[in-house]
Structures are given as structure tokens and as C-alpha cells.
Design a protein around this ligand. Structure first.
Ligand SMILES: Nc1ncnc2c1ncn2[C@@H]1O[C@H](COP(=O)(O)OP(=O)(O)OP(=O)(O)O)[C@@H](O)[C@H]1O
Ligand SMILES: [Mg+2]
Length: 494
């Protein structure tokens, strides 16, 4: 890609970008939230038209006007939000994606899919319905679907943000096999370790410009990457202070049972107490009941058995509104399902939880105050947005996440229930969010930190609970090692 320029009404998303990927390599594309990574790749995949610049594929100037053109040229993309039809099977989804104009032969598709799945080590049940699959499995379907079209270049936009650590490792093995057969991969990620260990070459964008191209991972350290991505050192180094002795219990959970969407037991006999001024970590492999636990605590899911007390008050099966009023903030796992209303503006999303309180003037909303408060938060969290009146759907993935974090902290919570709070955030924003959590703790607030990122849990938590198969199987104090916690997550009981 040469001299690529892309302007949106209020921002130059890409400013004269040169980007080169070689045959048979995994090329990592790094950069801060809003740097322009997704936009650059959408141009390559024919979803956006650049304002200037050209694309050269295997030595020839290409005109890519749509994803169809891109696929014809051997370029495929897997988006962060999957585009599969829930009610159909894997096979039916692939059939939909196969070039129209032919009569569909399910047997033909099946045997080709089986072959691809074997070649690249992407195991999947072709007869399963999409809704029955985990995020990791759905991603395999997306990748296989694209491979089916014989792509030579596969673009993956933050593929590991929905994967467990084990699934990520498997994905990288499959990607290795692909490049060994001469394909090329572009990998967008915020996880620097992945760029350092799984890629062959790295390009870094900052504010729409290339700051480093074709960096070799062998010749760069994590710190080098941070400096290139952020352009300044990170300020906060987490250091665990001990929780205040004798802190009051703020959240008491007793013998909780919660069911999952299918009606099966997801949380069983879970009891714990979180105290004032502590960060309580919940570690576990995704899908071991963490999501259902969090939803039950925040009033989004029914409690079948047991009790939840907040500040000593029984809130079992209370509506979310009541729980919010008690000072409970929630950073949800699924940012689009519970996190934001994408069609509403940044400002509207920012003040959602304060409606009728801080900003009402009689029956009207105080528009000016809303604007001021939003601008303050946008600045504090360095949220990149076209304007506070722009719909949230125009923000980059990481900036949407920052908006949710900013909003939840703006209500000055006593308790923050946070699910993977830094997923999709760049290194600097992650660092900032960690600092904010720490500050909340210093001020006497408490954080229930549910995260698949073990490093994050260990760096911040005063105590760590390990969940496995719906139960709490271990509790650790501070100073425990990653391998100890990792072992408890997979091996189980004390
Ligand atoms: N359709 C659009 N209309 C207006 N602005 C847009 C649009 N798409 C992206 N932008 C803006 O372009 C800039 C780059 O966004 P992009 O999504 O490419 O960032 P990114 O590097 O992928 O970030 P992240 O790591 O958060 O996903 C951002 O400022 C974003 O708000
Ligand atoms: Mg993006």
C-alpha cells in the first residue's frame, strides 16, 4: 500500500501511509487505539475507498472497490465482530459465503472444509449451529470460510481478544502452517508478546502515520515497542498494597447458584466476601462461570439459590437499577450487548447512568452540563472521537471500551465489577486504567476484577479467587506466581 490517505469528516485517519507485507510472513500491525489500523485494513479489503494512494498486489496495481474484488484477488479479512448467521450450521454459513452463481453442493463444500480443517489444524464440527459455538470456535469458522476462497493474504483484526490463552496458542500454530504454505498474514494486536513471539515483521502506526516499518521482532524489546507505539514512557507501575486491615465487607456472596443461557448450572455454591479498599481478582479460563457470576451480581441474571449482599443489604434478584443506585458500576464483558448503544452519541452514552440525577433541570436535560462533563472525561481518558455528538459506532474498538470505563468510573462507584476491562485497549490506556483502579482502591472503593489476563490479575489484586467449572477452587493472597495460579485454573481443587 503506497501513500494511502483516508480522511473522515473530523479526522485524518491515515496520512500518507506506506505498508508492505511479504509472501510467507506473519506481519503484525500495532498502534494505539484510533491509530488507523482497522481503517487501513478496511481499505485493503475494499470496504473503504482511500482518498489517495495505491495498492499493489504481487507487483501489479490493483483496484479494489469491494470485498468481492479483494477476495477475487486473494485478500480476505476476519473482523473483530463476526459476521455469521446464528441459526445456521457451520456448513450452511460457508455455503452462503461461496461465490454465487453456482449450484451449491453441500457434499463438495463439506469435503473441502474437512480438508482445510485438517491441513491447518482448525478443528470444527461442521454440523453445529453457530449459536452453539464459543467465540473461539466461531473465529475458526470465519477463518476457514475465508480460506475456502483460496486467499493468499489473510487479515485478522485483534483475533486473540476473544480467545483463551490456549486457544491463542493453537491459532498461532495454524497461522504458522498457513505461512509455511506461502500465504501471508496480517495480524492486528495490542498484545505485544504476540507481536514479539508470533510475528516475522512489525509495522507500527501512530495517529495515522507509520512510525516504524518492518521491525524484526528479534531486534526489538517490549520496551522498544511501547516507546514506538506510545511515544512516551508509561507512568504507572502497579504495586499491590495490602488491603486495609479490618475493612468492612462491601460485597457478600453466599452459596450462589446461577444458570447459563441453556439452563445448565454455571455457578454452584460460590461464597466469598469482598472488603472495602481491595481489588479482588477472579481468575479462570473463560467459560467457567465468570460471566454468569458477574451478571448475577449486577442484576442482569437470575439467582437460583443463595444470596448477594451489597453494603449489608440483601440485593438478591434486585433490578440492575437498584444495584447501580447502591454505587455498583459494571464494565461488561460484551461491550456491544450491555456496554453501549452504538447509534447514540458519545455524550448520550457517557451520561446514561446519570440520567435524572446530575443533569436534569426539571423535566429537561442540562445539555451544556452534559457536554462539559463528557468533554472532561474524553480528555481524561484520551478518547479519540470525531466529536462528543458523533455516534459511538464511528469510534474505534478500543475507544468504545475507554468510553465504557470512563462512564462507569464517573459515577464514583463504591464497587466496580469489571470483566476483562482492558480487552482491546492499547498499552498506554491499559496502564491508565490500572492506575485508575488503584486510585479507586486508595480512596476506599473496591474492584472485583474478572480477567483472563493473568498478568493483569496478578499485578493488581490483593487476593485472587480461582474459578473452575462454576466453583471457586482456590484462593490466593498477594505475591503468588503466575504458574501457581495457572495450575489452579486448570488442575483444580486445593
Ligand atoms: N466511519 C468512520 N467515520 C468517522 N470516523 C471514523 C470512521 N471509522 C474510523 N474513524 C476514525 O478513524 C480513526 C482510526 O480508527 P481505526 O478504527 O482505524 O483505529 P484502530 O487503530 O483500529 O483503533 P483500535 O485499536 O481502537 O481498534 C479514529 O479516530 C476513528 O474514530
Ligand atoms: Mg481497530
Amino acid at each position: 500500500m503506497r501513500g494511502i490517505v483516508k480522511r473522515f469528516p473530523t479526522v485524518v485517519a491515515l496520512d500518507n501511509v506506506d505498508f508492505k507485507v511479504r509472501k510467507g510472513e506473519i506481519h503484525a500491525l500495532l498502534g494505539e487505539n484510533g491509530a488507523g489500523k482497522t481503517t487501513l485494513m478496511r481499505i485493503l479489503y475494499g470496504m473503504y475507498k482511500p482518498d489517495a494512494g495505491e495498492i499493489i498486489v504481487e507487483g501489479r496495481r490493483a483496484s479494489i472497490g469491494s470485498p468481492r474484488d479483494a477476495l477475487k484477488m486473494g485478500i480476505g479479512m476476519v473482523h473483530q465482530h463476526f459476521m455469521l448467521v446464528d441459526k445456521l450450521t457451520v456448513l450452511e454459513n460457508v455455503a452462503l459465503f461461496v461465490e454465487e452463481g453456482f449450484r451449491i453442493s453441500f457434499n463438495g463444500i463439506r469435503s473441502r472444509m474437512e480438508e482445510l480443517s485438517k491441513t491447518y489444524g482448525l478443528k470444527i464440527d461442521l454440523n453445529a449451529k453457530i449459536w452453539q459455538l464459543s467465540a473461539g470456535e466461531q473465529q475458526k469458522v470465519e477463518i476457514l470460510k475465508t480460506l475456502y476462497r483460496n486467499v493468499k493474504l489473510l487479515i485478522l483484526d485483534e483475533p486473540t481478544s476473544v480467545l483463551t490463552p490456549i486457544e491463542s496458542e493453537e491459532l498461532f500454530k495454524s497461522l504458522r502452517r498457513m505461512v509455511e504454505t506461502g500465504k501471508s498474514i496480517i495480524l492486528i494486536t495490542h498484545r505485544l508478546n504476540e507481536a514479539l513471539t508470533a510475528s516475522d515483521s512489525i509495522t507500527i502506526l501512530r495517529k495515522g502515520k507509520v512510525v516504524a516499518a518492518e521491525v524484526k521482532p528479534r531486534e526489538a524489546s517490549r520496551l522498544d515497542l511501547v516507546n514506538m507505539i506510545v511515544g512516551r514512557p508509561l507512568e504507572f507501575k502497579p504495586r499491590i498494597n495490602n488491603a486495609r486491615k479490618g475493612g468492612k465487607p462491601v460485597l457478600e456472596v453466599e452459596r450462589l447458584r446461577v444458570l447459563d443461557d441453556r439452563g445448565l448450572i454455571a455457578v454452584e455454591d460460590v461464597s466469598f466476601v469482598m472488603k472495602e479498599g481491595e481489588i479482588l481478582g477472579v481468575a479462570g479460563v473463560a467459560g467457567n462461570g465468570q460471566r454468569e457470576l458477574v451478571e448475577a451480581l449486577t442484576g442482569l441474571r437470575r439467582v437460583e439459590k443463595g444470596t448477594v449482599k451489597i453494603m449489608g443489604m440483601d440485593v438478591t434478584n434486585s433490578p440492575p437499577k437498584k444495584i447501580i443506585r447502591l454505587g455498583v458500576a459494571h464494565i461488561p464483558e460484551d461491550r456491544f450487548r450491555y456496554g453501549v448503544a452504538p447509534d447514540l452519541s458519545v455524550a448520550e452514552n457517557m451520561i446514561m447512568k446519570l440520567y435524572g440525577e446530575k443533569f436534569s433541570r426539571g423535566i429537561f436535560m442540562d445539555a451544556e452540563a452534559i457536554q462539559r462533563e463528557t468533554e472532561k472525561l474524553v480528555q481524561e481518558f484520551e478518547i479519540v472521537a470525531p466529536s462528543v455528538n458523533a455516534p459511538v459506532s464511528l469510534l474505534s474498538g478500543g475507544n468504545i471500551q475507554k468510553l465504557i470505563v470512563a462512564r462507569e468510573l464517573s459515577i464514583n462507584p463504591k464497587i466496580l465489577v469489571a470483566s476483562n476491562p482492558t480487552s482491546g485497549l492499547d498499552v498506554a490506556s491499559t496502564n491508565y486504567v490500572h492506575w485508575v483502579f488503584h486510585r479507586l482502591r486508595q480512596a476506599g472503593g473496591s474492584v472485583l476484577l474478572v480477567s483472563e489476563d493473568l498478568e493483569e490479575v496478578l499485578a493488581l489484586s490483593n487476593r485472587i479467587l480461582v474459578m473452575k467449572e462454576g466453583k471457586i477452587v482456590r484462593e490466593f493472597g498477594g505475591g503468588v506466581s503466575i504458574s501457581e495460579v495457572g495450575l489452579a485454573m486448570t488442575a483444580g481443587a486445593a
